[in-house]
Design a protein around this ligand. Sequence first.
Ligand SMILES: Cc1ncc(COP(=O)(O)O)c(C=O)c1O
Length: 360
Amino acid sequence: MINIAKPMIGEEEKQAVIAVLDSGIIAQGPRVKAFEEAFAQMCGVSYCIATTSGTTALHTAMLAHGIGPGDEVITSPFTFIASANSVLYTGARPVFVDIDPETFNMNPDLLEAAITPQTKAILPVHLFGLSCDMDSILAVAEKYGLVVIEDACQSHGALYKDRRVGSFGTGVFSFYPTKNMTSAEGGMISTNDASIDEECRVIRQHGMRRRYFHDELGFNFRMTDVHAAIGHEQLKKLERFNAARRQNTQFLNAQLRGVIPPCEPEGLQHVYHQYTVRVTDGRRDALRSHLQEHGIGSEVYYPVPVHQQKFYVEELGYHDSMPEAERASREVLSLPVHPAVSPADLEVIVSTVNGFMGVN
Ligand SMILES: Cc1ncc(COP(=O)(O)O)c(C=O)c1O
């Protein structure tokens, strides 16, 4: 079976975990600090704060920016549910703007129409490994005095022009095992703002500024040194992992027929967390079954856009239509592209897709 995802855990990660276990410091300690510093360097930011997951990192970042009841946060409807749920956790309301059909990312041309006096932040999601159009998003944010929190959970190391994602506003990353790098579970916040860094650290540790003095409500969102040790070793391999994903993409782009390959706009560097094609002839699900029968894993990210999820419709009353997000949900299919996909696997994927599409 050629799986859709595979964590690339090597001897270095195993040895690093054993070293932590032997050290006796197994909760948040020196490995977390070292991982935070190395991740900040990769992103090109001054500070990073590690948490237990991408979801808790998003939640923490929102709270650190003071987002709460009565506020609106503009985001994409075509994303993993955590992007929007983290807005709900704060008591604020997610407001969706439709996506650009080429990039699958938030369409910045629709942003201004979604702004109200309640709008506090924009939460662009760099989906599948591709940065959003940050110049346009930052211009709108500046014009209206809005906070920008980047959901970079799928885009470790991706470049917008010469800058890493996560360095434009407050950035958020996930280290779930399917991601371009993992810590088993884990998350990271990136920022250049010393006050946001401090606030995130306080929220992560039960609102504690001085030991056992709690001035505000916080949580236990601390990463352990065991997870940080894995994450730090993975970070050292991120460039290599991303290069392998890009190389696999080049082959698939050149060989696949009958499907629309992902796009990489000029000046951006995609890190292909997912290699997502469009099947526009209505046979997306049939192609998926065919691939499954031939031992090839594939996945639909995402079959239902967030604004159409049952909870959002029935409990929260969302009813606007987002035609491009809805069309993408019907047409997208992600194919294996991770570093463990071999040249022989790529040949099998290409011949199976092309054979099904009738364009061998
Ligand atoms: C776009 C996006 N946002 C947020 C998350 C949440 O991350 P986690 O699963 O680590 O909580 C994920 C990943 O799962 C994601 O893909």
